[in-house]
Design a binder for this molecule. Structure first.
Ligand code: NAD
Length: 508
């Protein structure tokens, strides 16, 4: 089987066990966001390539006795563990590739690879430990009734550019654990590590046709996968606008749809969390992490700071002082704390949100511009300074919509009731945090937040064994945890009559 060392650079489409160029022969340059220079080339697939890959996945799913859906669970789990081991082996290579492609720091790239290996191990353990079905009491000794789970079929997996490898693993690992076959379409901006992951699946011994990848744009490859009649499930992670298009395209064939969309995530800080110097320092430090890690290009970024009025000035002054000192640069440079934005388009979008916020009355406390070109940073990179906008309110576009850049808005409250109301006043509902020293208040507020993940005195951590997903327009369905495996399955009730007799419903 060809691997990356044998295949041609532009053969990044994998269908039915073959590494292929696009049917059209088209290619795309992949840019390094730190200097806007091309550093790799991939196949630019279209609808024809999507069709070819779905056909391969369908054949692999519908195949005979030895086909993946009928492979014993222990063998499927063993394969996932081999993939985890290969990820550990290739940690440095993949971490570097992710850093270069997505513009994150090398350390973040390495952590992503660790998390990806964890996801493969988690789903291997989960599926291996499961009971094969649930016997149901049918109320009669002559009835044997059991509920079993079966693979859903051919899955279309569509992923974004901010955590390319991680988001791919949250879909691929449960899909394989469940016995599905799939076609993945990574973001056209950052496809490289997903191609590398498919190579590792091949190296781990996955049969041909089970894992397929088509590199190419959303409006062609992604749209075709979403509507394709031979696809049984589409799992999409990305923005609200594309997610609604996917749901619409999938509707006529009534396929299962899972959507992991954006967020506008509140970080609520009560004054009592800042009562000691240590508490204050921790809350400020974590507010910076919440907003600026990966330059704010995180679905769960804490981009709305909602801080109690009595500590507002002290808190924001210290936050802005530290935000000004964040070191920007190429993610692979030692000491760099924030890389560039992923593209010129992403930076332009960020700038337009800051402009609109200032026009609507927000007060700039730091950032709000591209860094000085005289600083020693690669020319041409899509850098933007961490930005704190004070005196914001819910009428502002920057507070309501997802910026997906290094922009933190600040709102204030006086009462717990007001804090909860502000935190819930969003059409999204992905994640949120509450900072307080009062244990009762922490649980009260956590219980009232309408968000899929709530952190108390922390921000950002997730666990592969705990479900991830959103309320409201942050999506439908869940990834990770047992529900993240259930997404990739159908549930079947098998009812057996051990002593069949005529029922005589009809007299004749
Ligand atoms: P995007 O919606 O532009 O693209 C996501 C993917 O969808 C890409 O692969 C793209 O090519 C594809 N796509 C675009 N249009 C499509 C269409 N009509 N049909 C099918 N596929 C299509 O999102 P992005 O800019 O790559 O990523 C950023 C977004 O992802 C943010 O909104 C972020 O919050 C979200 N995100 C959510 C989570 C989560 O867990 N909820 C995680 C990471 C990112």
């Amino acid at each position: 089987m060809a691997d990356s060392t044998e295949r041609k650079a532009r053969s990044t489409i994998h269908a039915g066990g073959e590494w292929l160029e696009a049917v059209s022969g088209a290619t795309r340059d992949i840019l390094d966001p730190a200097d806007a220079e091309p550093f790799a080339v991939v196949a630019e697939g279209d609808e024809k390539d999507a069709d070819r890959a779905v056909e391969a996945a369908r054949r692999a799913f519908d195949g005979g006795e030895g086909a993946w859906p009928r492979t014993p669970v222990a063998e499927r789990a063993a394969l996932l563990r081999r993939v985890a081991a290969l990820l550990v082996r290739d940690r440095e290579r993949l971490g570097l590739m992710e850093s270069r492609d997505a513009g994150k720091t090398l350390e973040e790239g390495r952590i992503d690879v660790d998390c990806v290996a964890d996801a493969f191990r988690y789903f291997a353990d989960l599926v291996a430990a499961e009971a094969p079905g649930r016997v149901v009491d049918a109320g009669s000794p002559d009835i044997h009734s059991v509920v079993v789970h079966e693979p859903v079929g051919v899955c279309a997996l569509i992923t974004p550019w901010n955590y390319p490898l991680l988001q791919a693993s949250w879909k691929i690992a449960p899909a394989l654990a469940a016995g599905d076959t799939f076609v993945i379409k990574p973001s056209e901006i950052t496809p490289l590590t997903t191609v590398a992951l498919i190579e590792l699946l091949v190296e781990a011994g996955l049969p041909a046709g089970v894992a397929n990848i088509v590199t190419g744009p959303g409006h062609t490859v992604g749209a075709r996968l979403a509507e394709h009649p031979d696809v049984d499930l589409v799992s999409f992670t990305g923005g609200l606008a594309s997610g609604t298009k996917v749901a619409r395209a999938a509707a006529p064939t009534v396929k299962k749809v899972a959507l992991e969309l954006g967020g506008k995530n509140p970080n609520v800080v009560f004054a009592d969390a800042c009562a000691t110097d240590e508490g204050f320092d921790t809350a400020v430090d974590q507010a910076l992490n919440a907003a600026f890690i990966h330059s704010g290009q995180v679905c769960s970024a804490g981009s709305r700071l909602i801080v109690e009025e009595s500590v507002h000035e002290r808190f924001v002054t210290e936050l802005a002082r530290r935000a000004r000192k964040i070191r920007l640069g190429r993610g692979t440079e030692p000491g760099v704390e924030c890389g560039p934005l992923v593209s010129e388009q992403q930076r332009a979008k960020t700038e337009s949100y800051v402009d609109s916020a200032l026009a609507e009355g927000a007060v700039l406390r730091c950032g709000g511009r591209r860094p000085d070109p005289a600083d020693d940073r690669p020319a041409g990179g899509y850098f933007y300074e961490p930005t704190v906008l004070d005196h914001c309110n819910r009428q502002m576009r920057v507070v309501r919509e997802e910026v997906f850049g290094p922009v933190l808005t600040v709102e204030t409250f006086r009462t717990e009731h007001e804090a909860v109301a502000l935190a819930n006043d969003t059409e999204y509902g992905l994640a949120g945090a509450v900072w307080t020293a009062d244990a009762g208040r922490a649980r009260r507020v956590a219980g009232r937040l309408r968000h899929g993940t709530v952190w108390i005195n922390d921000f950002h951590p997730y666990l592969p064994q705990a479900e991830w997903g959103g309320f409201g327009r942050s999506g439908t369905g869940r990834e990770l945890g047992p529900a993240g495996l259930a997404e990739y399955r159908e549930t079947k009730h098998v009812y057996q009559n051990l002593a069949p007799r005529p029922v005589r419903w009809f007299a004749g």
